[in-house]
Each structure stands twice: as C-alpha cells, then as structure tokens.
Design a protein around this ligand. Structure first.
Ligand code: SAM
Length: 239
C-alpha cells in the first residue's frame, strides 16, 4: 500500500515511519510512504498557507491553493483521499478493514479551524473522525487512522495476532498474562498454565464475552455473534 500524507508539520510524522513495526513493513516493501509539506506549494514570498475565514469568526483556515497544488503534485486519480475531521463518519475497525483493502491512500492533515471547503468538494472522498472530541492536530488524527489500517495489511503482523483482537467477531479481547506467575499476590489463572489448548480457548472466549458484556454490551447483537457466544452471554446474565 502507498500512503501519502499532506501536512504543514511533516516533522511530527517522520519518527512514526522509521520506528518499530511500521519501519519493518516499509523495509519489507509492504508500505511505501510519502510526506508532503503543504508549505512547499505556497508560492508567495512568505509561503503563507492559512488565512482568516470569510464571514468572520475565530481562527484561521488552511488555504485551498497550496493544498490543491500539493494534491495535484502527487496525483489523486484512482486514489482514496481522506480528510480526518471531527465532522466525518466515526472511525471503527470495520472502516480500518475497508481502507486496508485500498492500494493508495492520501491523507490531508488539518490544523486551526480546518481546511477550505472547496478542497473537500473537489478532492476528498472520505471525511473520517477519530471520535467525538476535538484535537488540534490533523497529524495525530491521521496517524491514528494509518496505524489502525497498515497493521491489517497481509504480512505486517502475524495473522493469528489479529484473529482474536478486540472488535473482531464483535468481541473485545481476553486478558493477557506473562511472567512472573505470581505478581503482588495475584496469580496467573491456572488454566493458562496447564497447556490444555481446548480449555485455554474456552476460557479465553468466556473472558472475551464477559469483558464485552461488561464494557460494550452494544457489540453483542444477536445478528453479529455466534450461538456459542450467545450461550455464554446468557449464562453470564443468569448468574
Ligand atoms: N473547527 C473544527 C471543528 O470544529 O470541527 C476543528 C478543527 S481541529 C482544531 C484541527 C484539525 O485537527 C482538523 O482540521 C482535523 O484535521 C483534526 N482533528 C481534530 N479533531 C479530530 C477528530 N476528532 N477526528 C479527526 N480529525 C480531527
């Protein structure tokens, strides 16, 4: 997958691509990325990229011209252009899967009050919110989206790590433990020490249902989960 990110502050993004799992994905050729500085496409003497809003009001708006020129410079044809914004559709694991199926993604990082609406009208395919709150940096919102998406690309992470993660099969994840066996008086559940694969699987599924019921019961809709999950849910509710 190719990811291009347009930003006024690309230095914020650089470290992310040279670290950890992402750098391995880049090294293996699974991800190719390009960071575009919008300011490089502001051709006035001071490279001004923002201006006050028509109609008055607080804050500044990222100008259409440098943004449009930077989009034209990388070419948008056949690519999905995403503008992370609090007024977009709310991001989820299923949207992450949808984006992971694309060949090329372009992200526009907003700042201040946001970007000129005409860029949205002319170029943007998808406006996505990372949640019902406002942050100052489109770079951080973009990294949230990129991070959720790229790890779903085949070869980036071992497939079985993803299979039982939160939000797969409409369930949250089971609890994890590692050494030592007892920590401050709290022991690792016995079933995890016995090496009995089927018992461990059954325990983990029960824990997933338990956690989901406790914190996100909205996920456990009858048409989304299997009969085994509904049976465990009903047992837990009966107790
Ligand atoms: N004036 C905007 C509003 O009220 O919706 C908020 C602008 S915010 C201060 C600056 C930039 O941060 C936005 O253009 C967007 O790119 C990013 N941003 C802030 N909150 C976000 C969210 N919840 N989801 C996605 N992007 C967000």
């Amino acid at each position: 997958m190719k990811i291009a990110i347009l930003s006024l502050f690309p230095d914020i993004l650089k470290g992310y691509f040279v670290d950890s799992i992402m750098s391995r994905a880049v090294g293996k050729g699974l991800i190719d990325y390009e960071l575009v500085n919008i300011r490089d496409y502001a051709y006035d003497k001071h490279h001004v990229c923002d201006d006050s809003p028509y109609g008055g009001g607080a804050g500044m708006v990222i100008k259409a011209e440098p943004l449009a020129k930077s989009l034209d410079s990388i070419g948008v044809k056949g690519k999905r252009v995403i503008y992370p914004t609090p007024s977009g559709r709310v991001f989820s694991q299923s949207i992450a899967r949808e984006l992971a199926a694309e060949e090329e993604l372009i992200f526009i990082c907003g700042r201040y009050e946001g970007i000129d609406q005409r860029v949205i009208d002319l170029y943007v395919d998808d406006e996505i919110s990372i949640g019902d709150y406002v942050i100052s940096s489109g770079e951080i919102a973009t990294l949230v989206l990129v991070d959720a998406v790229y790890r779903l690309i085949e070869g980036v992470i071992a497939g079985d790590s993803l299979e039982e993660e939160s939000f797969t099969q409409s369930l949250l994840e089971y609890p994890h433990y590692t050494r030592p066996e007892v920590f401050r008086g709290l022991a690792v559940p016995k079933v995890l020490l016995g090496g009995h694969h089927a018992e461990i699987e059954a325990w983990r599924l029960r824990k997933r249902v338990e956690k989901t019921l406790r914190t996100r019961s909205d996920l456990l809709r009858e048409n989304k989960v299997g009969k085994d999950v509904l049976r465990i849910r009903d047992e837990l509710l009966d107790n």
